[in-house]
Design a protein around this ligand. Structure first.
Ligand code: TGC
Ligand code: FAD
Length: 392
């Protein structure tokens, strides 16, 4: 008889019944609807975004931690647990939900006008519209402060020029939150704009031949003289702090999400190890295998406890950005280590799509890089400890 690794940490007792019910509901959907398809989507390098968006909308996970405008209004822990259940199937699925809810919707919810909220949030929550979030540029990834995408005032309008790179959902989105540097002479601050798909001068090109996050759409956005009315500007977003505040939300989802991937690796590997026989014994019975299983269980459990703690801090309105960085750094680092170690236990079987482990491992390479690389999060923590910024 095997036990689920997280049972050893009695984590169920740390979750409220309502939170557990949300996690169970998302898990059922993930296992019944998404798990049977994911290897094919990954192999084909595709995701049926439009179809899934509506199903995620009906499930209530799009912008679930936001209030009003058709959003579910759950607490942060519930949102985190939902991210874990989705990422237990594939990081690309959690990525879709993160970008839609925590980046596109959050940017409108926090920084948008009432009119923008009314126009976009109910449709985005229902999955009738898809959103994306364009901050990164070809030459400015870790350092978005250097962005070149510009917003120039022309009469009552704005004209946007520039390129955004690696944008999740970019080529399927109905609306893009685009961050640009204002160049109207008096003001060089960063501003956010809502750019509807089909606006003249706005194009999106899918990035092909990805080896990671294959069940996710990633695109380059080009803005070539895109003319927008002032009503397309997010009125409350002034400065780089605005997009960075959105990132806190998505990074929080990853704190839980990456551990969902790690949990899936460990559970499937445990199951394999007790059935796989070598030298006339299940490989789970060898001490070296047990040491790997014990060490991975320890890191998964520690990460889960940290995630729950950060979730409680967030629900109390007391979480700081450097604490989110601690969580993202730990969860992704340990999840990747767990995925790679699990792969060794699976032997040759571990390199196929029959098992989720190598798929999770290569996905986690993207998760390690996006939403701030592990190096950036180390530097955020280093700055919080020393008071000295070491970015530049
Ligand atoms: P710095 O001078 O430190 O800050 C500028 C202003 O922003 C404020 N701030 C924050 N506010 C809220 N939350 C945070 N986490 C914040 N970090 C900084 C700060 O207080 C300041 O405000 P003010 O009022 O004084 O102006 O900025 P910096 O240029 O030194 O940069 C700091 C650094 C390196 C941490 C930041 O640039 C950074 O986080 N870089 C990483 C970039 C990143 O994470 N990009 C992610 C793009 S989106 C994405 O990857 C989506 S993937 C989604 C998916 O598919 O799941
Ligand atoms: P770089 O910033 O060039 O970094 C390269 C390496 O240099 C990294 O190891 C980095 O840590 C290191 N480095 C850089 N500066 C320093 C320093 N000061 N000290 C030490 N090391 C340093 N962006 C969006 O805006 N929206 C999205 O939806 C989105 N989705 C994405 C989806 C995928 C699949 C991927 C892969 C990326 C996505 N991104 C998105 C972009 C992502 O946020 C960036 O890739 C990330 O911020 C890193 O930027 P970069 O790739 O330009 O790497």
């Amino acid at each position: 008889m095997t036990r689920r690794p997280l049972e050893l940490f009695a984590v169920d007792g740390l979750v409220e019944p309502e939170e557990a019910e949300i996690a169970r509901t998302v898990r059922r959907f993930a296992e019944d609807r998404l798990r049977p398809e994911i290897a094919d989507w990954f192999e084909a390098g595709t995701l049926p975004v439009r179809e899934l968006a509506k199903e995620f909308g009906a499930l209530g996970v799009l912008g679930m931690h936001l209030d009003g405008h058709g959003c579910a209004g759950t607490n942060a822990v519930s949102y985190g647990l939902a991210c874990a259940e989705l990422e237990a199937v594939d990081s690309g699925l959690r990525s879709f939900v993160s970008v839609q809810g925590s980046l596109a919707m959050f940017s409108i919810h926090r920084f948008g006008s009432d009119e923008q909220k009314r126009e976009w949030l109910p449709r985005l929550a229902a999955g009738e519209a898809v959103g994306c979030f364009g901050l990164t540029e070809p030459d400015f990834g870790s350092n978005p402060a250097g962005m070149r995408t510009s917003a120039r005032r022309d009469g009552a309008d704005w004209v946007l020029d520039g390129t955004k790179m690696w944008i999740t959902n970019g080529s399927v989105a109905d609306v893009a939150t685009v961050w640009a540097r204002c160049i109207d002479g008096r003001d060089d601050g960063v501003r956010g704009f809502l750019v509807p798909a089909g606006t003249p001068g706005f194009t999106a090109r899918p990035i092909p031949r990805k080896l990671s996050l294959r069940a996710s759409v990633t695109a380059e956005l080009v803005l070539d003289g895109v003319r927008l009315p002032d009503s397309a500007r997010l009125p409350l977003a002034t400065g780089l702090g605005a997009p960075l505040a959105c990132l806190n939300e998505a990074r929080f989802g990853i704190v839980f999400g990456a551990l969902g991937a790690a949990r899936d690796c460990l559970e499937s590997t445990l199951d394999y190890a007790v059935h796989r026989v070598q030298f006339d014994r299940p490989i789970a019975g060898f001490q070296l295998t047990q040491q790997k299983l014990a060490d991975m269980t320890l890191e998964l459990g520690k990460g889960w406890l940290l995630a729950l703690h950060l979730g409680r801090l967030k629900d109390a309105g007391a979480i700081r950005p450097e604490q989110v960085s601690l969580g993202k750094l730990n969860s992704v680092r340990e999840a990747i280590a767990i995925a790679r170690e699990c792969r060794t236990i699976l032997g040759g079987s571990g390199i196929t799509l029959e098992y989720p482990v190598l798929r999770h491992a290569v996905n986690l390479e993207s998760v390690l890089t996006y939403e701030g690389t592990s190096e950036m999060h180390s530097l955020v923590v280093g700055q919080a400890l020393t008071g000295l910024g070491a970015f530049r």
